[in-house]
Design a protein around this ligand. Structure first.
Ligand code: NAD
Length: 543
C-alpha cells in the first residue's frame, strides 16, 4: 500500500433519509424548495474557474410546470469549447503533480459537502429541474453522489497499490500517470450522480476534464460545480460548458490532445461519436480511452413458481419510478400464463392507483417526463399501441402536456413477443408484457436473450432453484446487472457495480475500480542496481 494513502478513511454507503412526515429533513428540504423556486438561478459556464456568460441565455423550466422559469443557463459556442480545452490543458501539469492524498482529500470533502450542507440544495435542484420525487432525488443526487466520491477514492488507492515484483538487483515499479491530454465528459439528464461522476472520476485519477452536461440538467450541474470548487478542485481541472452536442463534439473530437471520452447517454449518440473518433484517429497524440454506458431494454422474466406480489412490486417499482427514465428501468416483461390472471388484476389496480404530479407534493410516486421531445415520442408510441391489433393497453395510456409533460404509467400487453415496444428503448413509463405458456420456460429464456440489441439490466423471479440456475446461465450475456427476485433498478455504488454490454455500453462498471482504471496510463519503471558493463554473455566464452 502506498504510504501516503495508507490511512484513507474506509468508504461507506451514505444512509438514505426517509423524509417522513414530521421529520426534520422534510421540513428543511421543503423550505429549500420554496426558497429556490422564489429565486432565479444564474448558471454560467465555468472555464478555468471563471464564470462565463454568453449572449445566448436559455431558460430553465421545470418539466412538471414548463411555463415556470427557475433561472437561466448560458449556451456555449465553439469558442467557449476551445477556451475550456485550453483551460484544462493549462491546469494539467500542476494537477498531475499534486500528491494523490491531496486529490483524495478533495473528493472526500466533496462527499461530506454533498451529504451535508449541500444536501438540500442538490436534492431540490434535482427535484425542480429534473422532476424527481424526493426519494428519487435523495438516492441519486445526495446518496449516490457521495458514494461515488468515497468509493472512487478507495478504488484509486487500490489501483495505486498494484505493483509488480522485483528481481535481485532490480527494482520494478508502476507509476499511475493520468492520460496525456484532456478527458471529455458528456453526461445525461437522468442522474445527477452520473453527471457528477463522469467528470470527477477521471479528475480524481489526475486528469483534467471538459464537461458538457445535458441542457435539462444544468441546475443540478451548477450545484455540483459549486461543490467541486468548495471542496478544493483547482481552477481548470473540471470545466463546465453548455454547447449543443454536435458543436461541442466537433471541437473536442478534432483536438490532438483529446485523450479520453467518458459518456453516459443514448446508444445512437455514443455510436456516432465513436465513429467520429475513428475517423479522426490519426489526429490524436494518443489513442483516446472510450468509456460509454448507453441504452437498455431491461427485462423482468417471471418463472411459473414466482410469487405474484413480488413480481407485481418489481414491475411497478422497476418500470415506473422516475417515470421509467432510468437506463435500468424494466420496460419488457415475460409473465407465465399460470400467474397472469392474478398478476394482471393486481398490476392494473396498482398502476391505476399511482399518484402523479409535482415533486413538491411528497405524496406523488411519479412526476413529469423530462422534456417535450421525449413526451411527444412516448405519446406517439402509446397512441400507435392503441391502434395496433397485436397490442392492448391495460393500464394508463393518457398523456397531457398542458402544464407539465405528464404521461400516465402505461402497461401494454402484446401477442407479438417482438412487438416494437418489446425491442426499442422508449425511455419513459411504458411497460410491455408478453404472456408465455407457463411450461415453455426455455422458449421464454430464448426470447429474452434475443429480442433486443441491449444487455444492461434484467431480473428473473423464480422460486425453483433449478430454473433460477438455468436462467442465470442462459442469460449470461443478456444483462450486465442481473437480479434474482428483485427489481432491475437501484444499483448501489460499492455493492452492484453498474454497466452493460452489447449495445448498452463498454461495461466499464461505474462505481468500481474497473472504471477508475480506465483513467490512468501506467508507466513501468525498471531500475537496475548492478548495471551490466560487458555486452558478452557467459555462454559465449571459449571451452
Ligand atoms: P442523450 O444521448 O440524448 O444525451 C446524452 C448527452 O449527449 C447530453 O449531454 C446531450 O446533450 C449530448 N448529445 C445529444 N445528442 C448529441 C450529439 N448528436 N452529439 C453530441 N452530443 C450529443 O441521452 P439522455 O436523453 O440525456 O439520457 C438518456 C439515455 O441515457 C438513455 O438512452 C439511457 O438508457 C442512457 N443512460 C444509460 C445509463 C447507463 O449506465 N447505461 C445511465 C443513464 C442513462
Amino acid at each position: 500500500m502506498y504510504k501516503d494513502l495508507q490511512s484513507v478513511p474506509k468508504a461507506y454507503n451514505e444512509p438514505v433519509r426517509n423524509y417522513a412526515p414530521g421529520s426534520p429533513e422534510r421540513a428543511s428540504l421543503k423550505a429549500m424548495l420554496a426558497k429556490m423556486k422564489s429565486e432565479k438561478i444564474e448558471v454560467p459556464m465555468v472555464i478555468g474557474g471563471e464564470r462565463v456568460k454568453s449572449e445566448n441565455r436559455v431558460p430553465i423550466n421545470p418539466p412538471h410546470d414548463h411555463q415556470q422559469v427557475l433561472g437561466h443557463f448560458y449556451k456555449s459556442d465553439a469558442g467557449h469549447v476551445t477556451m475550456a480545452i485550453e483551460a484544462a490543458l493549462k491546469a494539467a501539469k500542476a494537477w498531475a503533480d499534486l500528491p494523490r492524498q491531496e486529490r483524495a482529500a478533495i473528493f472526500l470533502k466533496a462527499a461530506d459537502l454533498i451529504s451535508g450542507p449541500y444536501r438540500d440544495v442538490i436534492n431540490a435542484a434535482t427535484m425542480l429541474g429534473q422532476s424527481k420525487t424526493v426519494y428519487q432525488a435523495e438516492i441519486d443526487a445526495a446518496a449516490e453522489m457521495a458514494d461515488f466520491f468515497r468509493f472512487n477514492v478507495q478504488y484509486m488507492v487500490e489501483i495505486f497499490a498494484q505493483q509488480p515484483g522485483s528481481d535481485k538487483t532490480t527494482w520494478n515499479r508502476i507509476e499511475y500517470r493520468p492520460l496525456e491530454g484532456f478527458v471529455y465528459a458528456l453526461t445525461p439528464f437522468n442522474f445527477t450522480s452520473i453527471a457528477g461522476n463522469l467528470p470527477s472520476a477521471p479528475a480524481m485519477m489526475g486528469n483534467v476534464v471538459v464537461w458538457k452536461c445535458s441542457n435539462t440538467q444544468t441546475y443540478s450541474a451548477k450545484v455540483l460545480m459549486d461543490v467541486f470548487e468548495e471542496a478544493g478542485v483547482p481552477d481548470g481541472v473540471i470545466n463546465l460548458i453548455f454547447p449543443s452536442g454536435p458543436v461541442g463534439g466537433k471541437v473536442i473530437m478534432e483536438h490532438p490532445d483529446f485523450a479520453g471520452f467518458h459518456f453516459t447517454g443514448s446508444t445512437g449518440v455514443f455510436q456516432q461519436i465513436w465513429k467520429t473518433i475513428g475517423t479522426n484517429i490519426a489526429t490524436y497524440k494518443t489513442y483516446p480511452r472510450i468509456v460509454g454506458e448507453t441504452g437498455g431494454k431491461d427485462f423482468i422474466l417471471a418463472h411459473k413458481t414466482a410469487k405474484v406480489d413480488e413480481v407485481v412490486t418489481g414491475l411497478v417499482r422497476g418500470a415506473f419510478e422516475f417515470q421509467g427514465q432510468k437506463c435500468s428501468a424494466a420496460s419488457r416483461a415475460y409473465i407465465p400464463s399460470n400467474l397472469w390472471p392474478e398478476i394482471k388484476e393486481k398490476l392494473i389496480e396498482q398502476v391505476e392507483g399511482i399518484k402523479m404530479g409535482d415533486p413538491e407534493d411528497f405524496t406523488n410516486f411519479m412526476c413529469a417526463i423530462i422534456d417535450e421531445a421525449s413526451f411527444d415520442k412516448l405519446a406517439m408510441f402509446i397512441d400507435n399501441a392503441k391502434a395496433d391489433a397485436e397490442a392492448e393497453i391495460i393500464a394508463g395510456g393518457q398523456h397531457d402536456k398542458t402544464k407539465g409533460y405528464f404521461i400516465r404509467p402505461t402497461v401494454i400487453v402484446t401477442t407479438d413477443p417482438r412487438y416494437i415496444t418489446m425491442e426499442e428503448e422508449l425511455f419513459g413509463p411504458v411497460l410491455t408484457i408478453y404472456v408465455y405458456e407457463a411450461d415453455k420456460w426455455e422458449e421464454a429464456l430464448e426470447l429474452v436473450d434475443t429480442t433486443s440489441i441491449y444487455a444492461l439490466t434484467g431480473a428473473i423471479f423464480s422460486h425453483d432453484r433449478y430454473a433460477t440456475d438455468q436462467g442465470t446461465k442462459y442469460l449470461l450475456q443478456a444483462a450486465g446487472n442481473f437480479y434474482i427476485n428483485d427489481k432491475p433498478t437501484g444499483a448501489v455504488v460499492g455493492q452492484q457495480p453498474f454497466g452493460g454490454a452489447r449495445a448498452s455500453g463498454t461495461n466499464d462498471k461505474a462505481g468500481s475500480y474497473l472504471n477508475m482504471v480506465r483513467w490512468t496510463s501506467p508507466r513501468t519503471i525498471k531500475e537496475n542496481f548492478l548495471t551490466p558493463t560487458d555486452y558478452r554473455y557467459p555462454f559465449m566464452d571459449e571451452e
